[in-house]
Ligand binder design. Structure first.
Ligand SMILES: Nc1ncnc2c1ncn2[C@@H]1O[C@H](COP(=O)(O)OP(=O)(O)OP(=O)(O)O)[C@@H](O)[C@H]1O
Ligand SMILES: O=P(O)(O)OC[C@H]1O[C@](O)(CO)[C@@H](O)[C@@H]1O
Ligand SMILES: [Mg+2]
Length: 541
């Protein structure tokens, strides 16, 4: 697409003829009952919003408005089940809430995805604001909820479980909540665990998940059969990108069967690799806990001649933990992440930098994300890529390999004595309970998820966008992975903090820019661009 067609797309979008509120629902007989109808409203095309992704248009529920406003709405039970009765929200009689002015969220409240704007910027994509609604679509004693945790561990998992249970009980008077044992396969292969506020009372102080977790084993038919057979009508699914994909297909099958079942995703990933949301719970805890390993590495390194403290951190495809832990610490001399290619030998390579830093300071600290430099390791070992039960790339231990390469290089090629101490705190970091800030985050996240299901929304991930809780359609969460953008300011901040070289060649920069994120990145002239045209017209970051 050339500049002209981009402009024409945008001018179409801002054209007065397509202004006003317009709606487009997916192919499955959605109705707009219950939605406020705006005088002069008309069916509009979601072309502009769809153009940004490979998403099936029938999955999208788009509401457009004045000045380029787009709401990427989430499905609702009444979209496929007509004439659903509503009930007054029981919170209005709850003394804790009834005194709160404007406690209920206005049905038209939405949260913008991009908050940096220019005076003539289109308002862009918005998500539905989370929170309690005046009317609910479930009676308290009708609700039979279940909670499942999938994928790797993450600090705060138990807090989310606790707050889902307590939120359902205390806010909505729901008494039937089941824990599914051991991830997705637990729906059909394991026992369930009845959850009450008493059972979950102090679980937030423990790491891991009291429900157990697993990878693989997602059999959609068996899972939905189990939901149907048990009479479950609210499903809370806590997990990472893979889990949210699984939640999305469960939702599709539930909708196909016409079941009154709300399917809700709660994003969990220690790697912070889920797009759209500000950050995932557990990430803050992980960055804080990583400080202990980095401190130890620094103490060891500075106590000995040519000491190198080497810390491996988690981050399969995304180096957020390593980047933030480095920025927080100030003791790190070099941070290596999967998104930023590097090389070892020759001018401008890692070995040259290590030698320089040791000569300057006598010691150094290196932080490496587990997904960094995997291609160097594979080349050197000539090894085949393997996968785990969920289909994720199984990483080789790059930290140990790199530590050995550094030792060999300096002892054999430079005849220089170095003292390298290798620290791998990865699973120790992942297994601790959430810290104070993550626990608050988990509480708000869980309560928001419950409010949405009670209000009849379904097929959404509950998540923080620009500091506000929102409901995000599954397809936005599953369409790509969130990664560090190495041409963005945050990585530049890290480079100026560590004063390490970028190790980039010109080609790497061009490729990195092509992979840049957002579907609605704001350009200098205030327009928004789609991913698929980003490579044609890259502006500032
Ligand atoms: N495309 C998919 N469709 C259906 N289910 C999926 C899909 N991808 C993954 N899953 C299921 O989701 C569950 C968790 O996936 P995965 O092991 O990738 O962890 P995750 O949720 O990405 O969490 P993390 O990466 O943070 O550990 C597994 O049970 C897996 O079978
Ligand atoms: O050893 P496991 O449990 O398969 O998980 C390891 C992976 O899980 C994560 O913690 C989260 O995806 C990654 O950082 C890591 O590569
Ligand atoms: Mg994952």
């Amino acid at each position: 697409m050339d500049k002209t067609s981009i402009s024409s797309l945008n001018s179409h979008f801002l054209n007065p003829s397509v202004r006003g509120i317009s709606r487009k629902y997916s192919a499955v007989s959605f109705t707009s009952s219950g939605s406020r109808s705006v005088p002069g409203s008309r069916i509009g095309s979601p072309t502009r919003a769809m153009a940004s992704t490979n998403i099936n248009p029938s999955d999208m529920k788009i509401v457009t408005g004045e000045a380029g406003y787009v709401l990427e709405d989430v499905p609702h039970l009444r979209d496929y089940i007509p004439d659903l009765p509503t009930y007054p929200n029981p919170l209005q009689h709850n003394p804790a809430y009834s005194v709160v002015k404007q406690y209920f969220v206005d049905m038209d409240d939405s949260v913008p995805q991009k908050i940096v704007v220019h005076k003539d910027t289109a308002r862009g994509i918005h998500f539905r604001r989370a929170g309690p609604r005046q009317k609910v679509y479930f009676e308290s004693d009708e609700v039979h909820a279940c909670i499942v945790t999938c994928g790797g561990l993450c600090p705060g998992l138990n807090t989310v479980i606790r707050e889902l249970v307590c939120g359902l009980y205390h806010m909505y008077g729901v008494k039937r909540v089941l824990g599914i044992d051991g991830g997705y396969r637990g729906f059909y292969a394991r026992n369930t665990i009845p959850l009450t506020p008493k059972v979950v009372n102090d679980i937030h102080k423990r790491g891991g998940t009291i429900l157990g977790t697993s990878r693989g084993g997602h059999d959609t038919t068996k899972i939905v059969d189990s939901i149907q057979d048990r009479g479950i009508n609210q499903v809370y699914i806590i997990g990472g990108d893979g889990t949210q994909k699984g939640a999305s297909v469960i939702f599709e099958e539930v909708r196909r069967r016409g079941l009154k079942v709300a399917v809700v995703g709660i994003p969990k990933t220690i790697d912070n690799d889920i797009p759209v949301i500000d950050r995932s719970f557990g990430f803050d805890t992980a960055v804080e806990e990583a400080q202990r390993a980095i401190n130890a590495a620094h103490v060891e390194a500075e106590s000995i001649e040519n000491g190198i403290g080497f810390v491996k951190l988690m981050g399969r495809y995304s180096g957020f933990i390593a980047m933030h832990a480095t920025l927080a610490s100030r003791d790190v001399d070099c941070c290596l992440i999967p998104e930023s290619p590097f090389y070892l030998e020759g001018d401008g390579g890692l070995f040259e930098f290590i030698e320089k830093r040791l000569k300057e300071n006598g010691h150094m600290v290196i932080v490496m994300a587990e997904g960094a430099g995997q291609e160097l390791l594979s080349e050197s070992m000539n090894s085949m890529a393997k996968q785990d039960a969920s289909g994720n790339k199984l990483l080789q231990d790059v930290g140990l390999w790199m530590a050995q390469r550094i030792k060999d290089y300096f002892s054999k090629e430079k005849m220089m004595t170095i003292n390298l101490k290798y620290i791998d705190p990865t699973y120790m970091i992942r297994a601790i309970p959430g810290n104070a800030s993550d626990n608050v985050y988990c509480t708000v996240l869980a309560q928001s998820a419950v409010h949405g299901a009670m209000a009849g929304f379904t097929g959404y991930t509950s998540g923080l966008v620009n500091g506000r809780q929102t409901y995000i359609p599954f397809y936005r969460i599953t369409e790509r992975q969130h990664q560090v953008v190495i041409t963005d300011r945050m990585w530049a901040r890290l480079l100026s903090s560590t004063n390490q070289p970028s190790f980039l060649k010109a080609n790497d920069v061009i490729n990195a820019r092509k992979e840049e994120e957002p579907p609605t990145q704001l350009l200098d002239d205030g327009r928004c661009l789609d991913n698929n045209v980003l490579d044609k017209e890259i502006s500032h970051v």
